[in-house]
Design a protein around this ligand. Sequence first.
Ligand SMILES: NC(=O)c1ccc[n+]([C@@H]2O[C@H](COP(=O)([O-])OP(=O)(O)OC[C@H]3O[C@@H](n4cnc5c(N)ncnc54)[C@H](OP(=O)(O)O)[C@@H]3O)[C@@H](O)[C@H]2O)c1
Length: 227
Amino acid sequence: MIMKKAVITGATSGIGLGICRLLAERGYFVYGIGRSFDKMPVIGNFEAVRTDLKNREQLCREIKRIRNGVDVLVNCAGVGYFGLHEEISPEKIHEMTAVNLEAPMIITALMLRELKRSGGRIINISSVTAKGSSPHGAAYGALKAALTAFSESIFDEARKYGVRVSVIHPDMTDTDFYRNADFECDKNEEFCLSAEAVVRAVETVLNAPYPIRDITLSPQKHRIKRK
Ligand SMILES: NC(=O)c1ccc[n+]([C@@H]2O[C@H](COP(=O)([O-])OP(=O)(O)OC[C@H]3O[C@@H](n4cnc5c(N)ncnc54)[C@H](OP(=O)(O)O)[C@@H]3O)[C@@H](O)[C@H]2O)c1
């Protein structure tokens, strides 16, 4: 039997790890992209694709190697640096741009012909910060807004080929994402989403008999915790 193939960035932790598990359980062969697989639990039907998304040459080489016959692409990798914008260094702005926006655009460009052939799915993990103003996260929020705009355009460009593009906007989610920030999410489930909730949104998108263009997920109440 020929297995369906999925490529997932951000595979090594948090939301992306949960999406890898979901797709492997659903019978996909999963190519998971990330840098540090050492602490990752073993998943069946999984190949670790060790790639730094900031390294364009390495990324293109690996995508060309694995893209043949791909059915699902999930752009989940992300990095965030927060604070007053004048405190965000050019290096951090470059890193956020490469990981959060340039990599999804490059991977999509390199895979779109295959996805048109398979009538495939693209799921981009954006953020609620894409939807409004993000003081103390201006660059991150702007990049997520661009990822959302990109997703919407690619859906309209590729829909006639049977390709579905969905963008998911999670609010604060309980992962290690805020390791670089001076705040974190309040782990009380009223104030914070679980990674599992975002994985379930991906499952909803994959199960739907029609295209779901976007999903926004919020905890019931809003509160962040200073570290
Ligand atoms: N947690 C939240 O509150 C929240 C809310 C809204 C949206 N999001 C979005 O959700 C997505 C997943 O984040 P998460 O919460 O699961 O955080 P996470 O646990 O920190 O996961 C981030 C993932 O991105 C990968 N990554 C980062 N830089 C990379 C690079 N240079 N090259 C390759 N991979 C890289 C990491 O892998 P390696 O370190 O192994 O390379 C890791 O697998 C991100 O796009 C984030 O913006 C998160």
